[in-house]
Design a protein around this ligand. Structure first.
Ligand code: COA
Length: 388
């Protein structure tokens, strides 16, 4: 297997982008990444594009071919594949791109992710998102994602004494970080009181405990490490890329206070990278709901099981904490265009590791970790990156 590097990144602004079409989002992120890497379009060997439900959100399937057309690469007939794994579609696309380069099959690979979710009304978006749960045994009976994560939150609160305020502190931290990110959907700071006063969506989760409905796209260019130097000196190495799966339904899961696929993927990723959780300088984790970040920092081994709420309250994961988490604003404030999220997390880590994260820069960041989850934990992808 060859070592793989990220040589370029690109990302649109996230938000309600009424003035841009789905194909414009794909093009914008892709062009930014190509320019950033300093490659010619003709050098691209393959593409992997994450998209969760493009057919239902904007009526567009066959996204691989669309990406080739918007890139103007049709005459080269390069293979472009759409990848679907719910909210982990982007992370799985990264994993596929990594495997393609590591195996020696391709040299220059574009990994992308795109979703345009605000063209449907809120209720329809909830219905579409629920198709990433178990349609027959969960969604059919009316369970939504806020509902599933509310069950996990309630259990965590019952078992470990995690408080509503500690959940809210995740949102407060991530909105603060989002206020420093020009591409974030929400750039406004909020308080714990704001979260607790916001409408209940699924008890105990309030509106401000939830990630929003978002439009956006992100891209990254991968190359073998030894070839990367030909293009750029801003190289970030992929030290580990691991995907793990679990039951689709939450009720079939052996535990409710953890995502076992995340624990498994993280363990294998640390082994592959030859590092320990304490070596991670900055992490982007899948905070689709505030409880998800608390469970994530426990599953990743940053804190003991049950201590995620307390650690958040004590500032461990703040921008100036020991392990800053979701410096981009996370899914909560940066936004969560489901198919793009996994690649957007990689964008943030690359900025951090290149020292280009501006006001939210983590000092001397050398190792970054991305944790991307599909559904209620049926798929999880962990990437570990290192500044070269
Ligand atoms: N965080 C912060 N503000 C939010 C928000 C969020 N998650 N969602 C909406 N808002 C804001 C809007 O900007 C709007 O503000 P404005 O009045 O100043 O313009 C206001 O709240 C109302 O927005 P609206 O779109 O009517 O909210 P909604 O009630 O239809 O939707 C949620 C709110 C939480 C239900 C929706 O964002 C949601 O379903 N989120 C979860 C998405 C999800 O499940 N993703 C997959 C995870 S696995």
């Amino acid at each position: 297997m060859r070592e793989v590097a990220i040589i370029g990144i690109g990302m649109t602004e996230f938000g309600e982008l009424w003035n841009k079409s789905f194909r414009e989002l794909v093009a914008e992120a892709g062009i930014q990444a190509i320019l950033d890497a300093g490659i010619e379009g003709e050098e691209i060997d393959a593409m992997y594009i994450g998209g969760m439900s493009t057919g239902r959100f904007v009526g567009q399937e066959h996204v691989g071919s669309l990406a080739v057309e918007v890139a103007g690469l049709e005459d080269l007939h390069i293979p472009a594949t759409r990848v679907e794994a719910a909210c982990a579609s982007g992370g799985v696309a990264m994993h596929q791109g990594y495997l393609a380069v590591a195996s020696g099959m391709y040299d220059i690979v574009v990994v992308g992710g795109a979703e345009k979710m605000t063209d449907v009304v809120g209720r329809e978006a909830t219905h579409i998102l629920a198709s990433a749960a178990d349609r027959e045994w969960e969604a059919f009976f009316g369970v939504t994602f806020p509902g599933l994560y509310a069950l996990m939150a309630r259990y965590h609160m019952h078992k470990y004494g995690t408080t509503q305020e500690q959940l809210a502190m995740v949102a407060v931290k991530n909105h603060y970080n989002g206020s420093l990110n020009p591409k974030a959907q929400f750039k406004r700071k909020i308080t714990v009181e704001d979260v607790l006063k916001s409408p209940l969506v699924a008890e105990p989760l309030h509106l401000l405990d939830c990630s929003p409905i978002t439009d956006g796209a992100a891209a990254a260019i991968l190359a073998p490490l030894d070839l990367a130097k030909k293009y750029t000196d801003k190289i970030v190495k992929i030290k580990a890329s691991v995907q793990a799966c679990d039951t689709l339904s939450l009720h079939s899961r052996k535990r409710f206070d953890s995502l076992p696929a995340a624990v498994h993927a993280a363990k294998k990723a640390y082994e592959m990278a030859g590092i320990k959780p304490k070596d991670v300088d900055v992490a982007e984790v899948h905070d689709c709901f505030t409880i998800a970040e608390i469970i994530a920092i426990e599953d990743l081994g940053f804190v003991e099981k049950g201590q995620g709420g307390k650690a958040t309250e004590e500032g461990l994961t703040s921008l100036d904490g020991e392990i800053p988490v979701n410096t981009s604003g996370g899914l909560k404030a940066k936004g969560h265009p489901v198919g793009a999220t996994g690649v957007a997390q990689i964008n943030e880590l690359v900025l951090q590791l290149r020292g280009e994260a501006g006001k939210r820069q983590v000092k001397d960041a050398e190792i970054g970790l991305a944790h991307n989850v599909g559904g209620s934990g049926g798929t999880c992808v962990v990437h570990i990156l290192e500044a070269v």
